[in-house]
Design a protein around this ligand. Sequence first.
Ligand code: ZN
Ligand code: ZN
Length: 223
Amino acid sequence: MNNITSTHYDPNCFLCKAANSNINDLPTYDQPIIESKNFIVVSALGQFIEGYVLIAPRLHFMNMMVIPQNLLKEFFELKAFVSKLLSEEYRKPIFFEHGILSNGDREGCCIDHAHMHGIPANLTILNDISCLFEFERLEFLNYDIDLFYKKLKFSKPYFYIQLANLKQYIFYNNKIPNQLGRKVIAEALGCHNYWDWSQYPFFERAESTFYRLRNKIYFQEAR
Ligand SMILES: [Zn+2]
Ligand SMILES: [Zn+2]
């Protein structure tokens, strides 16, 4: 991509590299499975369940709330496509984001490049996140892009989750526990020992997701 400013490109960030490098320079598990004009979908490392992906903007923004508003439509369309793909190939997915606010904090997540987690987990109930930390909660029953964007113009880190039944929730607080979403979902799936992706990267499973979804898209396009 041309015209990338240094504030929107971090040479040490794997998502920046995945979005802006020649794929031959990337390990398979970091190569984009899907690319749109402004976003990529990659296989997630630390997938305690196969089919786990991340949707990220090409540019290095802090969270999904600070990406330019005119990109949101593209983002939601891509998210819907990923949802369909995961449902067909694996299970209905849940999506979540650890919305961090500052470079140093990395609340809730270890990556400071905006990304939405997509996990084919078919969970329709929320584990009791309220036990884990103090929170304020917004609940959306309808899919509303404007509301999603405007309501989130707050100054606290947040945790966004969309369950497999399409119910969406946003929790926000001064401090979101590290890797909160991964902990909650790993627990719900009975793989609670594997929430820490740096300890359990599951490289082979990430590659398997890459090939399975790439092939599915390839055959869909060929039809
Ligand atoms: Zn980045
Ligand atoms: Zn994250």
